[in-house]
Design a protein. Structure first.
Length: 117
């Protein structure tokens, strides 16, 4: 059964997001007991999104633990809050929209040379 929850976290150690302050992670756990989608809302305003098609970047990654049915994993998360499917989807849609805006504001990843213009 799919499960949805939110929790508090810090940036991932060893990644650029560690200096962005605390974040609110919103995670979807699928029937295979692994995360399917995850959004992160940082205090600094940054928003990150991950799914199985894009599980990592230079800022962080999709949670890689197995979420057993015995719920022992809940002890590993700070201020865990269960969500409904509707609440998760609303947060996911918001995160995707904000991530697209941030990418647009950041501009192209590689500046074009005069020859390419």
């Amino acid at each position: 059964m799919t499960h949805f929850f939110a929790c508090l976290g810090e940036g991932w150690p060893h990644h650029e997001s560690k200096d962005w302050g605390p974040c609110r992670r919103v995670i979807e756990v699928l029937d295979d007991q692994k995360a399917g989608r995850q959004s992160e809302f940082y205090k600094s305003g940054q928003v990150l999104i991950y799914d199985r098609g894009s599980p990592r970047d230079r800022f962080g990654m999709l949670v890689a633990c197995r979420f057993s049915r015995k719920l022992k994993w809940r002890k590993s998360f700070i201020r865990l809050e269960d969500l409904t499917a509707h609440e998760f989807q609303r947060e996911w849609n918001k995160a995707v929209g904000l991530a697209v805006l941030q990418a647009a504001e950041a501009g192209p990843r590689c500046p074009r040379t005069a020859d390419e213009q």
